[in-house]
Design a binder for this molecule. Sequence first.
Ligand code: KG4
Ligand code: ZN
Length: 334
Amino acid sequence: MSKDVYILSIETSCDETSAAITKNGREVLSNIIYSQIEIHKKFGGVVPEVASRNHLEKISYIVDSALEKADLTFDDLSAVAVTKGPGLVGALLVGISYAKALSYSLNIPLIGVNHMKGHICANYIEHDIKPPFVSMITSGGHTQLVHVKSYYDYEILGSTRDDAVGEAFDKVARTLGLPYPGGPYIDKLAKEGKETIDFPRIYLDKESLDFSFSGIKSAVLNYINNQKQKNIEIVKEDVAASFQKAVTEVIVKKTLMALERTNVKTLALAGGVAANSGLRKEFLDHLPKDINFVYPSIKLCTDNAAMIGCAAYYEYVANNFSDMSLNAIPNLKL
Ligand code: KG4
Ligand code: ZN
């Protein structure tokens, strides 16, 4: 019988300090997440330097907690994995330096993981799916439609040409005076509102699977300014519901096109905005019955180390290891 593979994974690409222990890829023994959101809230967004400092302060404690929760020690580990990009360079470097030190001192392999692959792999933790499938990644920094052909072959079918979808949620939320990050607040308000405002659906050219979200953000801003000038009270709930509907309608239509083009029967959502209840509903209302539709639970949608550990397992079995020259790659592509 082959030996169990225990991976310690570390994620510090943005404003979550997280460490996890995964067993044989998909089994999560612990997934400790320390969110810095409360610290960045007062600045209205993530301050990179502040993020790095907080990762540094917390990382030892978070890694120790992950081991303790999993009831393991450093000696039980098969490998150490870490997010190498995309993300904030200073924040990434905290995790990378820590992982390198562990790999060197414990004499175990080091695995650098692409954060976007991690988001996709979050689906493996709770669902028994395997490639090929289509993944729609909607996060704070990225919007991509991906054909996952195998664990190692990712074809990007479409990307955003300007803002990421999470960014659009956060900017619209800010315009409505909601706290950072605004996505969950928009989600909540939208449930209480009506889709009465006809915000534009931006499809670009008909055949394209690319996205553009800067136009809708401006449209919301213009609407709010217009109403203010006319002294008409803004119904925030309706703005949230109408904005969310316009965005999710475009995402769902393009994803349906991607499924048709690839002739793939499994769809996996990924990234922070996959937590959006309106997006999930829009998919459930429009997906053909023969599509196996999965998405991670909310905790696994947003940044966490378990998804990095899960992605790392497939690199581990393929002997795709990193060496001590591993560096942060802020703009790393899939
Ligand atoms: O994937 P993620 O944790 O970080 C990145 O890698 O970017 O995504 C964070 C984004 C933020 O923009 C946040 O507002 C958004 O995900 N988000 C949501 C919801 N929960 C988180 N957006 C809409 N509805 C939600 N329920
Ligand atoms: Zn992320």
